[in-house]
Ligand binder design. Structure first.
Ligand code: ADP
Ligand code: ZN
Length: 739
């Protein structure tokens, strides 16, 4: 029995402050406890903030009440965060040692963060009919507006406010409705499954069946399954089969994909089979659209949610299966603010709900492989491609001393020509945007650096700009740059080669070929990428040049040759994960080749062909590579052998962050148990960024619990250090970028 006046309400205030705050119950309605997960308006300092109640309980201690202020208003009659997400959020606050408000920010759509009431009224929505689907597949001639509308409906129900994002008028929608292409979704809250008929599902091959059965047998309990399937082995097909099974049992599915892996292809495959049951969240969604998806998920209208990182926080009351596709991908780790790993949060969410989680990848992270070795995850390999395609052969071209034209060796050039003659496509991978990564003055030798970062300006010739890829600084190529001693403008020369230059050079080398470049500069507008992929599929392109953007998820049936232009870049990087990332990227890009009937070939140009990584690449032996890398990490006491966290400080003066971290490190070294390794402080690899100097302190320990306690101690100590007020600092638990 809670007595009014002896209660305190603990609130996660939506602010970057690193603690919870206690309040008295609101003056009116004090008798009723506030359910955790409800939003409140509370005073904080001289302002008023929105917060989320984490508990409302009796304290029994009158003294603490004296300084407390009452909650000003309770905003929700029903909690907006359910008990299971609340528990997950509280776990994340502890695990990542981060401000509570930042975590709750991730859980709530913008309008709820601002204190607005949740949308109660359901928005009218429309879904694609089979006739609409047929119209879209080419049966009808469609106007551009009409096509855009149907395509959007194909990905999930179209709502009235969603129309605004499409620039479509209600008239277009009514017209589609009249023609029987769209139909309004009924008022009753449960959507009728469009079709989950078995015919639309490919019969699984024996390898897929085995994996699918193993996962399917464990649908009622927590378990992590690492699905290590080579590119094209039919992992997505397994997800689809599992989704069907879960939907038939009345559950919801969450499928997380990397930032640029949320391709039209995967969305299409799910929508084709599950229609309007599919929901979608990604970083380009408007606040309003996101809020609507949040509601649809919460009400159970979305049965399958496809989404990038932040989707892991969406409310799914009947969640029964989580899939993380490309689980090794770095974009699952948020790199600013609340630095969580969506993959790891997904595993924790599954564990708390007692449901299974599938981590899928052709190149699993060393973390997940280590968990298999320790017996914590089940290992499910798929070593062959589904549907008859064979894996591409991989060759390393020793280009030492070879004549290169614009970075392309003769064997690679000939291979491209051969493909073109046979009507097949080639793909060149170069992960460097722009015309040239380095620009120098031919008159005085000055190298154009960013005035705010320790980085070089990249020449973007098409746009006539010099640009810093780290802070966005840019100048026209005919502007005088700060620090340029001779100040002559006409003498800039590019050194090295980026995709923009490569494209131009290839047009010269292969005059007859149709060349298409895919990178962030060439694909700036909405729809560019979709159009590009359509052109590739329709074989309107012979040679593709691309960055990271094309490495993942796409299925190019006619690409039979992949060339890795700069096979040395990844090996020269200084981060301890560089080799792992390189191996993953090359195998992912290689996976684009030979997905159709013709076998594929991969040519990697390198000056270091004897590097051990290439030995593993030649035989596509990712397991062998991982075993060696894991042994090295154990030797060096690095993750995943140990748990690692990075404390980073930054300030406008070079000495400040280092002095701050040194003072902290000295204290930690005296106080912490020997088992905790303390590295640094050292300047960050790029010490100066956007005008601030950065330094790092690494803490690691084989025992995660001991490390957590050490981090807690460090945070307590920081509160007492006057230096802390002169720097900006943050803690990154399980940091991916440690440079
Ligand atoms: P992954 O997700 O592992 O890259 P996909 O599920 O995309 O693999 O499958 C690769 C290709 O093989 C796709 O074109 C898919 O349609 C086809 N495929 C997958 N499973 C089967 C199967 N059991 N029978 C025939 N084709 C299949
Ligand atoms: Zn910069």
């Amino acid at each position: 029995m809670i007595q009014p006046g002896l209660r305190t309400v603990r609130v996660a205030v939506l602010s970057p402050l690193r603690s919870f705050f206690d309040y008295l119950p609101p003056e009116s309605g004090a008798a009723t406890p506030i359910a955790p997960g409800s939003r409140v308006r509370v005073p904080l300092g001289r302002s008023e903030r929105i917060g989320v109640v984490v508990r409302d309980c009796a304290t029994g201690d009158d003294a603490v009440h004296q300084d407390l202020k009452p909650v000003r208003a309770v905003l929700d009659a029903e909690p907006v965060i359910d008990a299971s997400l609340m528990a997950l959020a509280l776990w994340a606050i502890q695990y990542y040692h981060c401000p509570p408000g930042e975590v709750f920010d991730a859980l709530l759509p913008t309008e709820l963060r601002r204190g607005e009431p949740p949308r109660q009224t359901r928005e009218p929505a429309w879904q694609l009919t089979p006739a609409g689907s047929a119209a879209l597949q080419g049966g009808e001639r469609l106007g551009p507006r009409q096509r855009e509308l149907l395509e959007s409906a194909h990905k999930g129900a179209v709502t009235r406010s969603g129309l605004a994002d499409l620039n479509a008028k209600i008239r277009v929608l009514r017209d589609a409705e009249r023609r029987g292409w769209l139909m309004p979704i009924g008022e009753d809250s449960t959507l009728k499954p469009v079709v989950v008929d078995a015919e639309r599902f490919l019969p699984l091959n024996p390898g897929q069946s085995e994996a699918c059965t193993k996962i399917g047998d464990g649908l009622d309990t927590f378990g992590v399954h690492l699905l290590h399937g080579v590119t094209g082995s039919g992992k997505t097909e397994i997800y689809l089969h599992l989704a069907r099974e879960v939907i038939l049992r009345g559950g919801q599915i969450l499928l997380l994909v990397p930032e640029i892996g949320l391709t039209e292809q995967i969305v299409r495959r799910f929508s084709e089979r599950f229609g309007a049951m599919v929901g979608l969240v990604h970083s380009e969604l408007s606040d309003r659209a996101r809020a609507l998806e949040w509601q649809r998920c919460r009400r159970g209208e979305v049965r399958i949610l496809l989404g990038t990182r932040s989707a892991v926080w969406m409310p799914l009351p009947e969640l029964a299966l989580i899939v993380v596709d490309e689980e090794h991908d770095a974009s699952f780790k948020q790199q600013e603010g609340f630095r969580y790993s969506a993959r790891d949060v997904a595993v924790m969410r599954a564990r708390r709900l007692n449901i299974p989680v599938v981590l899928g990848s052709a190149t699993p992270s060393l973390e997940s492989l280590a968990n298999c070795e320790r017996g914590k995850y089940a290992y499910l390999p798929l070593d062959e491609r589904a549907g008859g395609a064979s894996l591409p052969s991989i060759r390393v071209l020793d280009i030492r001393g070879m004549r290169l034209s614009s970075g392309i060796s003769d064997p690679l050039r000939r291979a491209i020509l051969e493909r073109a003659e046979r009507g097949e496509q080639s793909l060149l991978f170069l992960n460097r945007r722009g015309f040239a990564p380095v620009v120098l003055c031919h008159a005085c030798g000055w190298i154009a650096g960013c005035p705010r970062c320790d980085s070089r300006l990249v020449l973007h010739q098409e746009q006539g700009r010099l640009r810093c890829h780290h802070c966005g600084f840019e100048r026209r190529t005919d502007a005088v740059l700060p620090g340029h001693p001779c100040g002559r403008l006409e003498t800039y020369a590019g050194v090295g080669i980026g995709t923009e230059q490569l494209e131009g050079a290839l047009e010269g080398i292969f005059p007859g070929l149709r060349i298409l470049r895919i990178d962030r500069d060439a694909m700036r507008h909405k729809g560019d990428l979709e159009r590009a992929f359509a052109r590739i599929r329709q074989r309107e392109v012979d040679l593709l040049i691309g960055t990271q953007m094309i490495a993942k998820g796409h299925d190019f049936a006619h690409v039979t040759l992949v060339g890795i232009v700069d096979g040395d870049s990844g090996l020269l990087a200084r981060d301890f994960r560089a080799e792992e990332r390189f191996m993953q990227t090359v195998l992912q890009v290689a996976g684009r080749a030979g997905r159709g009937e013709q076998a594929g070939e991969v040519l990697i140009q390198s000056h270091h062909p004897e590097h051990p990584v290439f030995g593993f690449l030649r035989t596509a032996d990712y397991r062998g590579f991982a075993a060696r890398a894991l042994a090295e990490r154990a030797e060096a006491e690095m993750p995943p052998h140990t748990a690692l966290a990075m404390l980073r400080a930054e300030a406008p003066a070079r000495e400040t962050p280092q002095a701050f971290l040194r003072e902290l490190a000295d204290w930690l070294r005296q106080t912490l148990p020997q088992a905790v390794f303390i590295g640094g402080p050292v300047p960050a690899l790029m010490e100066r960024k956007v005008g601030r100097y950065r330094a790092n302190l690494l803490l690691s320990c084989a025992d995660r619990g001991v490390l957590a306690a050490a981090l807690e101690a460090a945070l307590m100590k920081i509160r007492t250090l006057p230096m802390a007020r002169r720097v900006r600092w943050h803690l990154d638990v399980d940091a991916q970028e440690t440079g």
